[in-house]
Design a protein around this ligand. Structure first.
Ligand SMILES: Cc1cc2nc3c(=O)[nH]c(=O)nc-3n(C[C@H](O)[C@H](O)[C@H](O)COP(=O)(O)OP(=O)(O)OC[C@H]3O[C@@H](n4cnc5c(N)ncnc54)[C@H](O)[C@@H]3O)c2cc1C
Length: 69
């Protein structure tokens, strides 16, 4: 899952939807992702809304994950 371009081995996600690039039903948030954002709990609180909405969208069978940061 690690982004090969990341020296830290961060998880490669779409920076808007937080969806993992290889598997549409996988999302990541927090300090481990390759998104250029501050590594804080405050950032994670914002990301959590996006991940929950988009994960539910995938679970409910919708093709797209539209919620964005
Ligand atoms: C000293 C300090 C003060 C901070 N103060 C603030 C603050 O005031 N406000 C704020 O918003 N943010 C603050 N932060 C940042 C905030 O704590 C982090 O952004 C947040 O905890 C990241 O959460 P996370 O779940 O993404 O990662 P983490 O909290 O780092 O959780 C990752 C977990 O994965 C585990 N893990 C790692 N590798 C593996 C592995 N290979 N297998 C299994 N488990 C593994 C780790 O043990 C850890 O439990 C602070 C950070 C530090 C260090």
């Amino acid at each position: 899952m690690a982004d090969p371009n990341s020296a830290l081995g961060s998880v490669e996600v779409n920076k808007f939807t937080l969806q993992y690039s290889c598997f549409p039903n996988v999302f990541a948030l927090g300090n481990c992702i390759n998104v250029l954002a501050s590594k804080t709990g405050a950032t994670i609180r914002t990301q959590a809304h996006v991940v929950v909405a988009n994960l539910l969208s995938v679970v409910e069978g919708k093709k797209k994950s539209d919620r964005k940061i």
